[in-house]
Design a protein around this ligand. Sequence first.
Ligand code: PGA
Length: 251
Amino acid sequence: MTNKFNYFIGNWKMFGDLSSIRLIKKISINLNRFKKNKFKVVFCIPYTLINSYSKQLKQSNISIGAQNVHYLYEYGSYTGSINSKMIKNAGAEYVIIGHSENRINGDTDTIINKKIKSSLKNNIKIILCIGETNKQKINKQTNRILKKQIVLSLKGIRSIKNIIFAYEPVWAIGTGKVPNKYELSKNILYIKSQIQNKFKKAQNINILYGGSVNPRNIVELNSIDHLNGYLIGGASKSSKKFIDIMNKTYK
Ligand code: PGA
């Protein structure tokens, strides 16, 4: 297999306490088997765990990310919010922006654009989630939605060197459903072409797939061209499943 999978990213969502790091430590030990395969493993965890985990994993092969961030670059009067300076200071190297679970809570493409700019300014790598809802898919609006999300969220951004794209069809998240092979390759290629259109000089465009990735469907997903890795929700809360996914990819 060619080494096209550059990222395996776990998204813990609202899960985990200080002791859950044991799951990541098990994964880290298993990762030593793949020394010659150059891919990156990142766990995006709740804010409350970032500082402790990033310290404990400092010398390891796993990086830590946040799952969201406030758009303001400076401090401000936003009760309960955390900005990119704060996650960086706590030890995060990555942040998920534009996840559909936050889009439904008010993250518009304009806000997402501001979040990306402020995070890039603080040297944080972005995992930008895009994807259509079931209704949009049925109404054949997938391309239009993907294009809109890409264009608006990247407005005014000059380089995508520190941006990883995650195609996450909303209807596939946490549902056990995944797009068929044809659909998925078509959408991934479309996303790639839109990004290339906008960033003519972009070299390594990384597009991940996210939505019900698990040890049972990973072999089929791996056969899809132009995929550069996965954003894994539910299955990232089990070290066994996450290890299985990697082992089946690099068997
Ligand atoms: P899932 O979540 O793997 O549980 O579908 C993916 C995500 O929301 O990033």
